[in-house]
Write a protein that binds this ligand. Sequence first.
Ligand code: HAM
Length: 419
Amino acid sequence: MSIGCVRGTRDLFGAELEQWQRAEDVFRTVSAAFGYQEFRTPIIEHTELFARGVGEHTDIVGKEMYTFLDRGGDSITLRPEMTAPIVRAAIEHSLVRHAPVTRLWYMGPLFRYERPQKGRYRQFHQYGAECLGSAEPEADAEIIILAHDVIRKVGVQRVELRLNTLGSPSARAAYREALVAYLEQHVDQLSEESTRRLHTNPLRVLDSKDERDRPVVASAPRLTDYLDDESTSHFRAVCSMLDAAGIAYTVDPLMVRGLDYYSHTVFEFVTDALGTQNAVCGGGRYDPLFSMLGGGNVPAVGFSIGIERLLMLLEVEQGGWAEPKGVDVYLCSIGPAAVLPGSLIALRLRRSGVTVATDLLRRSAKAQFKEANRLRATFTVTLGDDELAAGTVVVKNMQTGEQQTIASGELDRFVLAAR
Ligand code: HAM
């Protein structure tokens, strides 16, 4: 029996991969325009980083991590998200001490043991950015606008920005107490999942998708009623900066996000085009995280975009991937004597920046022309015994069918000029 890829993982190639590469170029250029620098962290981290940073009672830590003991007996986890690793690295390298505002972006694979379905994988990829060191609302606005601009520049339109505030840690703690007291009174009406979360992660009951929880949630105390003045004015400032930048949003008072490190602003870009996996991007302010990881008091805000979902959405909006770009030249060597000179011509062209495909199977001219069509070559260059004797090649423009014989030494200039 042949071996397939692991459930919830996928191979990337062809036209789809070409879209990824285009999106990756957008991530790089837009991040740079906003003054963010790339950061790469290892794929494995100490398990404790996520237990402490993301939270013991979150879905991610409670049931989704790929955790194992390595041969030395250390508990290691494949990273399920990037914010805790970035903060770990920022503490380890004293980044914020050297640059009081540290702007970082990243891109790479993450691992969560979730039930795979459309838009949800066990290995998925995120592009994200984290702004470390500022507690001011302009940092929140900058991060949200960066996420917005990246999504738009990739070409995706069908997303809506949802925004909420969780307030300061003390406002949130007071609210949590009131919410638990209320939910305890209605525990008989709650789903099993929400009953389980009642004492571990009660705010998650608010964004439960279970119909049974809806009536209870509808009459639950509102976080907005527990916000202190500072939290309210921070949130208002973020909103008015988004207004000024012309970024549309909806305030969603029930959005709480699934990770423990948030405070104040939280946001998501959601779509109605991908079924239940509707979040393309999630983020927010996470002022408590540095101190949760022993890094002192450093405010921070950031986001992560799910690249699979972003590109699925692009595909839905564009009605499928465009064909990948073809090669510039297919070099067709006919007969054994042409193999080596043909490969040297190909090498010369490649070194001058032309993309060239060659045969390698010593096939007939007919089979090679068929291959040139399949690879959507712009030109097919043929080299047979006659051309070898004359020091020429035959160049065929595959679009017009026009064919001409030119000196072999002229080929590079000819192809480069025609591109
Ligand atoms: P998150 O909401 O867990 O946040 O993930 C962000 C995005 O990653 C989601 O909106 C979704 O597009 C994508 N995603 C998550 N899980 C999967 C999956 N199993 N398959 C496919 N895509 C997935 C975070 O990860 C936070 N670190 C965001 C953040 C950054 N907050 C502050 N800074």
